[in-house]
Design a protein around this ligand. Structure first.
Ligand code: ATP
Ligand code: MG
Ligand code: FE
Length: 341
């Protein structure tokens, strides 16, 4: 089975080909980051227009990369939601029109199911069941994953998502958009012992989290440093970035270990953009190794949005569950409402 995957939920146009026999055979991506940088954030209308421009050439590039033709495709998967309405509509219309023209089925994929299953595209693959830490720009959830379509949310952020906290904190520290990855690079050169920030909900009995207070704490800390030294120099900024990252990583890792203990599960996967964070990976590696749990990650370039995870989730739905079709988009869509396998 050869599945074409189309991702257009936000500011990345992703097109990929997943073959159930051969694996991922083509993966093309265009990020609109540079285009939105000028505005300090994603401009929805510009995003939609750019998806229209990119999706067809990216499909051609995929076919060329894999050495196949449109007629070889067995099904077309696209991101139905959640995401930006207009951006989603581009992928939905393109996928449906192409599928109709080719006489092939279309599979509507939940964007978070794509992220969630992306660790299965790595060389080291977990078996079901596993716990998942989904840490993306819009979501932060700990989930029990028992199979394709069997997702139970055990805990989640009560306010900002982890990626959102990275981006907003970066912005208030004056870092250019998109701030998250840049903040994390600066943090690597920061002193972890200079400043201490609060660990929100670290000791709460449940698996919920809260990150919006952290950015306020960073704001207060910056003001304090500025008052004491007259300005925030390069090193102080790196040290603040480090303090922020230390706090967020400690909370995420501690909640993961708590979830492993509570559920008795043995493995955990990390998915979503923040899963690319080096310090988070190192801390999770260490905490799981010491307690003899296993941890799995998607390939680094598949942590943030991409077409590969959508093609893969589409293929998994075809194989193990009822694939939903149809030409609609769902800008808001609860993952737990998906039908089970
Ligand atoms: P969602 O999937 O919830 O709809 P999204 O698609 O915008 O949101 P992703 O593409 O999974 O989110 O991830 C983007 C987020 O990951 C951004 O918030 C970005 O700052 C964050 N991110 C990417 N790389 C890193 C990193 N190395 N360290 C910390 N955060 C990172
Ligand atoms: Mg993005
Ligand atoms: Fe995403």
């Amino acid at each position: 089975m050869l599945v074409l995957g189309i991702e257009s939920s936000c500011d990345e146009t992703g097109v990929a080909l997943y073959d159930t026999e051969r694996g991922l055979i083509a993966d093309q991506l265009h990020s609109q980051m540079a285009m939105h940088a000028e505005y300090g954030g994603v401009v929805p209308e510009l995003a939609s227009r750019d998806h229209i421009r990119r999706v067809r050439p990216l499909t051609d590039a995929c076919l060329a990369e894999a050495g196949v033709s449109l007629q070889d495709i067995d099904a077309i998967a696209y991101t139905q939601g959640p995401g930006l309405g207009g951006a989603l509509l581009v992928g939905a219309s393109y996928a449906n029109a192409l599928a109709y023209g080719l006489g092939k089925p279309v599979i509507a994929v939940h964007h978070l199911e794509g992220h969630l299953l992306s660790p299965l595209l790595a060389e080291q693959r977990p078996d079901f069941p596993f716990l998942a830490l989904l840490v993306s720009g819009g979501h932060t959830q700990i989930m029990a994953v028992r199979g394709v379509g069997q997702y139970e949310i055990l805990g989640e952020t009560l306010d900002d998502a982890a990626g959102e906290a990275f981006d907003k904190t970066a912005k208030l520290l004056g870092l250019p958009y998109p701030g998250g990855p840049l903040l994390s690079r600066l943090a690597e050169e920061g002193d972890p012992t200079r400043f201490e920030l609060p660990r929100p909900m670290l000791h709460s009995a449940n698996l919920d989290m809260s990150f919006s207070g952290l950015k306020t704490a960073v704001l207060m800390l910056s003001k304090q440093v500025e008052a004491e030294h007259g300005s925030i120099d390069e090193q102080a900024r790196k040290d603040i970035c480090r303090a922020f990252q230390e706090a967020i990583v400690e909370v995420l890792v501690s909640k993961c270990i708590k979830a492993l203990k509570q559920t008795g599960m043995q493995r955990i996967v990390v998915a979503g953009g923040v899963g690319a964070n080096k310090q988070l990976r190192a801390a999770l590696d260490d905490a799981t190794r010491r307690r003899q749990y296993q941890v799995f990650y998607p390939p680094l370039k598949l942590c943030t949005d991409n077409g590969a995870m959508i093609a893969f989730a589409g293929a998994m739905r075809l194989k193990y569950a009822t694939p939903a079709g149809g030409f609609t988009v769902k800008p808001r869509w609860e993952l737990s409402s998906l039908p089970a396998a």
